[in-house]
Design a protein around this ligand. Structure first.
Ligand code: CDM
Ligand code: ATP
Length: 292
């Protein structure tokens, strides 16, 4: 019997600047993370003698339901922190492509923390502290709100709400390893000096937001295209769509996004692209941003 469930939304890095490197090798970032309607789902069922996991959904076959899974790692980390001995059976519906730059695993871990936090009465600040060692993207995924991420992802500043625009996501089915892309970034010349983006107090339309984004980039895009040239093809296909305001890759790739004035315009572009996407076996999703 399922008694609690929550959605783990795709994280999109609208820009991602690499600004430095820590002595332990992790890169310092400045990034605007927002969340799309596309999501995995995590469900908590009855108590069990230990935490266990079932995985379903389109991309479930590519993942092990063992201790390496971020859902179980998050559950065990919170259990240890809370000093609880109350394990449950968990189910993950994996709708988002794996290792694709939209933080799927991080979103699942954060979703698990939220669910168990609700069950065990643990506040958000504590959940964020538990989230940090699980992965650089996990803290931002706990809140699932438009957020500027700095440091390696642990310095979070709330960003203005997203305008009521649309996003089209395309993943070409090539898994991209985050450490490999950071390594290539360093080998291709490393840090690019540029002024920090200036945030306004609100974005009244997608055009307003896109104007600000036009002064930014994803510094991992060029290294990712070197690993997976198909990313360049995806970006060109998105760019060719009517009403598309801008295109870019998210995170360390390979998922790319197009921004549109409305969710309907994004859905129309998805339909336009559906033949090519089916032929090339691309995953696509179009619709609104998650509004909080
Ligand atoms: C690229 C982003 O997706 C942007 O949101 C994230 O920074 C990556 O977050 P993530 O997938 O949760 O990454 P983690 O699992 O913490 O790190 C995977 C590996 O990527 C590299 N890594 C990650 C984050 C970061 N700020 N600098 C890094 O150099 C490190 O080699 C690390 O061992
Ligand atoms: N629940 C999970 N969902 C997805 N990946 C998981 C999960 N648990 C563990 N992993 C492992 O984590 C790795 C990264 O997967 P994930 O989908 O989070 O990457 P990503 O989309 O590139 O994330 P990011 O944008 O944070 O870099 C995968 O190689 C996968 O084996």
């Amino acid at each position: 019997m399922i008694f609690l469930q929550d959605t783990a939304h795709a994280k999109i890095n609208l820009y991602l600047h690499v600004t430095g490197r820590r002595p332990d090798g992790y890169h310092l970032l400045d990034s605007l993370a927002v969340f799309a309607g596309a999501a995995d789902e995590v469900r908590i069922a009855e108590k069990s003698d230990r935490f266990s996991l079932s995985i379903e959904g389109r991309f479930g076959a590519g993942l092990e339901a063992d201790d390496s899974n971020l859902v179980l790692r998050a559950a065990r980390a919170l259990q240890a922190h809370a000093g609880k001995n109350a394990p449950h059976h968990l189910t993950l519906e994996k709708n988002l492509p794996v290792a694709s730059g939209i933080g799927g695993g991080s979103a699942d871990a954060a979703c698990t923390l939220r669910l168990l936090g609700q069950l065990w009465n643990i506040d958000e600040a504590e959940l964020i502290a538990i989230a940090e060692p699980l992965g650089a993207d996990v803290p931002v995924c706990v809140q699932q709100k438009p957020t500027r991420m700095e440091g390696i992802g642990e310095i979070l500043t709330q960003a203005p709400a997203m305008p009521n625009g649309g996003i089209l996501l395309i993943n070409p089915g090539v898994a991209v390893s985050t450490p490999d892309i950071f390594r290539s970034f360093a080998n291709m010349g490393g840090i690019i000096e540029r002024p920090a983006p200036i945030f306004s107090s609100e974005w009244t339309s997608m055009r307003d937001l896109v104007e600000m984004l036009s002064y930014t980039a994803n510094d991992l895009q060029a290294p990712a295209i070197r690993h997976a040239p198909i990313i360049g093809t995806v970006l060109s296909s998105l760019e060719a769509q009517e009403d598309c305001l801008m295109v870019r890759m998210s995170g360390s790739g390979a998922t790319c996004f197009g921004l549109f004035p409305t969710p309907e315009a994004a859905r129309k572009a998805e339909i336009e692209l559906s033949k090519e996407a089916a032929h090339r076996e691309w995953w696509t999703w179009a619709g609104p941003f998650l509004q909080n």
